[in-house]
Write a protein that binds this ligand. Structure first.
Ligand SMILES: N[C@@H](CCC(=O)N[C@@H](CS)C(=O)NCC(=O)O)C(=O)O
Length: 212
């Protein structure tokens, strides 16, 4: 078996999700930077890997795959290392639920609705539309409130150890926490804040940090 190849830029949250899973499993891999902010996602060679022009995409022994959840399930099922999927059916269902919740209700408002206008926009001389940011922060907060409820008494999102739900959430919080809205959300959700302190301390999180 060859090493997997991950296509995507280090700054992408979803690319980092895949890289965190690989790091938790202590697997070596190659990262091929596809800078979607510079339009590289639309190049023919990338569209062959990902017809929607997004990142990440995975290539492993001639098998190509896109969609982060599917990629991480494949990595966890097919490759050796620490298991990131609980054996218990209920915990596994929770893990899948949280991954879906992040994809459907958190990523867009937290990253595109708040982080980009608050942090990236000003770097390019843009001013945030406060009404829109407040609306998106409320949507992100609803999703985070639901995750707060689902954490229960767990150290990590669905149990005592790291699962694919944790690698799905950490890169999103890493950006969201840089905004005033994200800081407020962590103050409001103590279980999430305690989880954030634990996950950000892991080597898989530290070694995948994007360099700006
Ligand atoms: N549903 C996709 C979403 C991937 C996604 O939105 N990736 C972002 C980067 S984190 C991207 O490619 N953005 C560039 C663009 O939308 O053009 C997945 O789960 O992999």
């Amino acid at each position: 078996m060859g090493d997997p190849i991950v296509y995507g830029p280090a700054y992408s949250t979803y690319t980092r999700t895949v890289r965190m899973a690989l790091a938790e499993k202590a697997l070596s891999y190659k990262l091929v930077e596809v800078d979607v902010m510079k339009g590289e996602g639309e190049k023919p060679e990338h569209l062959r890997r990902h017809p929607f022009g997004k990142v990440p995409a995975l290539e492993h022994d001639g098998f190509t795959l896109y969609e982060t959840g599917a990629i991480n399930h494949y990595i966890d099922d097919a490759l050796p290392g620490l298991k990131l999927t609980p054996i218990d059916h209920m915990r596994k269902a929770r893990m899948n639920q949280i991954m879906g919740l992040i994809d459907s209700y958190l990523y867009q408002p937290a990253i595109h609705g708040v982080f980009i206008p608050r942090v990236i926009g000003p770097m390019m001389g843009q001013t945030a539309d406060e009404l829109k940011v407040a609306e998106k922060a409320a949507a992100a907060d609803k999703a985070l409130g639901e995750i707060e409820k689902l954490i229960g008494s767990n150290s990590f999102l669905v149990g005592p150890s790291v699962s694919l739900a944790d690698t799905h959430l950490a890169p999103v919080i890493a950006y969201y926490a840089q905004t005033p809205e994200g800081e407020q959300a962590l103050k409001k959700h103590p279980k999430l804040a305690a989880w954030w302190a634990r996950i950000r301390d892991r080597p898989s999180f530290k070694t995948t940090a994007p360099k700006f």
